[in-house]
Design a protein around this ligand. Structure first.
Ligand code: FE2
Length: 193
């Protein structure tokens, strides 16, 4: 028997209504108190990022802009042997990613070709590498050297089902022996990038 029932003993309508009002008021008071406490809570944890979700999404998108294309050149040959090494002295590694959402692309076909230590293109300095399940790849070669007036470079061609084929080049920095070179490719449907 509630307090309300003592006040309105002959009215079930008032009994129910009054109980509902009491419950609603209690919930409102609790909500108000909780909101006040939350507002007054001092910042004791790590700094809270002030970036909006849209800004975070834009930053992520910029991080996955498609890798700029570069010329194929006259020395490309298809069906280079599958191997991750054609020499020693320079390591190129990275991840194949989608420009749509930065997701890793496994089993992407990556073709490399560069001049050998004698400064000439030949079949010994071509390779096909497939990205692993995390999209990662590793390719080792002789240290690239300038060729025909051009700076040292390694040609790269990346293809994967559902994506536009990327043809690009990597330019090693002076005295570098290892470089991370992520390969970001765009989806065929052009949803992003
Ligand atoms: Fe070249």
């Amino acid at each position: 028997m509630s307090f309300a029932n003592n006040i309105f003993p002959h009215s079930a309508y008032y009994l129910i209504s009054f109980d509902v009002v009491i419950v609603a008021m209690t919930l409102s008071l609790a909500s108000f108190c909780w909101a006040s406490i939350a507002r007054a809570e001092p910042m004791t944890g790590p700094a809270v990022s002030m970036y909006t979700k849209a800004e975070v999404a834009q930053a992520a998108h910029r991080a996955c802009e498609p890798t700029p294309a570069d010329s194929l050149g006259p020395f490309y040959k298809s069906n280079a042997p599958v191997r991750s090494m054609v020499g020693k002295g320079y390591v190129l590694n990275g991840q194949v990613k989608s420009s749509r959402d930065c997701s890793a692309i496994p089993d992407a076909q990556i073709e490399f070709w560069l001049v050998g230590p004698d400064g000439k293109y030949d079949d010994d300095h071509r390779a096909t590498v497939f990205s692993d399940k995390s999209g990662g790849y590793r390719f080792e070669s002789n240290a690239p050297i300038p060729y025909s007036g051009r700076p040292a470079h390694i040609h790269v061609r990346v293809s994967a089902p559902g994506y536009k084929t990327l043809v690009t080049q990597h330019y090693p920095q002076k005295d570098q022996t290892e470089t991370r070179f992520d390969l970001v490719i765009a989806p065929l449907n052009g949803a992003s990038g």
